[in-house]
Design a protein around this ligand. Structure first.
Ligand SMILES: [Zn+2]
Length: 281
């Protein structure tokens, strides 16, 4: 599933490619992919003839300004992706939306094999119908994500640190692989994913805070983690995999101490840690 870095890469990539273009019309091949408005004709009508404005990201949501009054909000979930393709190729399986641009052969396709993606067209800034965005916590790339705020969020919770980090209403955009990565520290003792938020020391919290920035920036730099169905950033897989110190490395040696990395389930998610470096004290 795309996480914050992947969506950030998509936002930057398509911003450079489609910002300022005028949408001639949008074709909808699978109406159920549009969560809001309920009436797909209204969706099409409000997009037709509008200019694409700024493209931004909050957590794992992509927000595209449509004309002066609307925003197209997209959550890719498992397999959603945007792809630039020519009109002639739009009649393919799994292609659910196609945006035609005025006087251009190439449009923007929304493709989603498993159809779990969420697409909304809402009045600008009105997110009440988009639960995850309306209740979104602080975004790690925003200026509001400071150490005092981070510390406050984590410290008051008697929950496993990994569960807190995954909670999108606390910090938005951190997903499974980022959480596993940020609890392991190079050359130092890390934090067991089942430690309680309230038990963490200032030093541990500072390291996690720093790792969140490191992992996200590094991941964006490498084009995001290239999952099978993630179109932008393909070809970066090798580099990204080298960056991962924990995630997906069950049974492989810890880069600090050589101990075999273990996998457990925390907060319902597959979780990797080093039993020697990340003790559950
Ligand atoms: Zn270790």
């Amino acid at each position: 599933m795309p996480e914050l870095p992947e969506v950030e890469v998509v936002a930057r990539t398509i911003a450079s490619e489609i910002s300022g273009k005028v949408i001639e019309e949008v074709e909808v091949f699978w109406p159920k992919i549009v969560n809001y408005p309920d009436d797909v004709e209204e969706f099409k009508l409000n997009i037709k003839g509008q200019k694409i404005g700024q493209i931004r990201r909050t957590g794992k949501y992509l927000r595209i300004e449509i004309g002066d009054h609307f925003e197209l909000v997209v959550h890719f979930r498992m397999t959603g992706k945007f792809q630039r393709i020519v009109k002639q190729d739009k009649n393919q399986k799994h292609l659910h939306l196609f945006f035609h641009f005025v006087q251009e052969e190439e449009g923007l396709a929304y493709i989603d094999v498993r159809k779990f993606g969420d697409i909304f067209l809402v009045p600008k800034g009105e997110y009440i119908r988009i639960k995850g965005l309306f209740h979104a916590g602080v975004d790690p790339l925003s200026k509001d994500f400071t150490f005092p705020i981070f510390k406050e969020l984590i410290r008051k919770k008697n929950r496993h640190i990994k569960a807190i980090l995954l909670d999108q209403s606390m910090i938005t955009g951190l997903g499974n692989y980022i959480c596993d990565e940020v609890l392991w520290f190079e050359g130092k003792k890390g934090v067991h994913p089942q430690r309680l938020g309230s038990s963490l020391t200032d030093t541990e919290l500072k390291r996690i805070f720093q790792r969140i920035h490191e992992v996200i920036q590094e991941s964006i730099r490498l084009g995001g983690n290239s999952f099978r169905d993630f179109s932008y950033g393909e070809g970066m897989k090798g580099d990204f995999k080298k960056m991962l110190k924990m995630y997906g490395r069950k049974g492989e040696p810890c880069f600090n101490c050589g101990t075999e990395i273990e996998r457990i389930i925390v907060a319902g998610r597959s979780t990797h840690y080093c039993p020697k470096c990340q003790k559950n004290k």
